[in-house]
Write a protein that binds this ligand. Sequence first.
Ligand code: COD
Ligand code: ATP
Length: 233
Amino acid sequence: MFLVGLTGSIGTGKSTISQILLSLGVPIIDADAIARDVVLPNTKAWKRIRDSPVFGPEYFTAEGELDRNAVAKKVFADENSRIHLERIVHPEIRAEMIRKIIRHAFQGRHFVVLDVPLLFEKSPLLPFCHKVIVVTCSRQKQIERVKIRSKWTDEEIIRRTDTQMPQDEKIKRANYVIDNNGTISQTEVQVKKIYALLKASKFHWIVRGVFATGVLLLVGSIWAFVAFIRWIL
Ligand SMILES: CC(C)(COP(=O)(O)OP(=O)(O)OC[C@H]1O[C@@H](n2cnc3c(N)ncnc32)[C@H](O)[C@@H]1O)[C@@H](O)C(=O)NCCC(=O)NCCS
Ligand SMILES: Nc1ncnc2c1ncn2[C@@H]1O[C@H](COP(=O)(O)OP(=O)(O)OP(=O)(O)O)[C@@H](O)[C@H]1O
């Protein structure tokens, strides 16, 4: 199995592309969804946020859930509190992503797509991605689309976008770029082309070969070590 990163700035269309890939049978690991799960009440990250001096009771709802709007207002206006939140949440997200990757590998998947908004900015999984897909659209479309889906103001959207790597920088680092300025059907055509290329790739055999060699070397070393000890004794 090999890993494919899917990234792009806020509202550019990552989830839309993930849905298209999912309909083609590709497993998706969604970092935003995991980020929501790891702060559910009574989880390790939730407790650390609750006990942190940076986020007081006003950042929690009456039911004890993290008040995402209140937290977003704070962290996207104040870099130190964002770094503080990320230090609590990112290790939990990373651990869960790795667990999911291992599960897919044991199921013998050909490749899995990691939908990670901060893939270039923050993710330690980037070096393990065989290919990276970047989805892009104009800033105007980003704002229009995010506003349909949420109550965020233009200012809030721009503030969030400005904490992320500029789109042209992401495009430079991509293996594949999806232009999501047009209709969803136009995007679907581009996604299907990339899917066909990934499906035709034989890279997963190389990964399997390296993994099998590693396991054989490990088992061989343990066997030789045990044989040596027995010979001494
Ligand atoms: C600040 C929080 C509570 C706001 O929650 P909210 O429901 O409003 O947004 P949601 O989580 O759905 O994120 C929407 C988008 O915001 C952007 N975003 C989220 N966190 C960050 C961040 N730390 N830095 C830059 N952009 C971010 C991403 O483009 C993401 O796709 C939440 O985003 C969060 O916990 N962020 C820290 C974890 C994180 O870095 N997540 C990104 C995925 S690894
Ligand atoms: N080509 C398109 N035409 C019209 N609407 C679109 C198109 N692509 C995405 N959208 C809509 O724009 C909004 C943002 O798209 P989507 O949620 O896929 O972006 P995202 O990059 O995953 O966002 P986020 O960074 O917040 O996770 C959604 O409401 C989606 O339905």
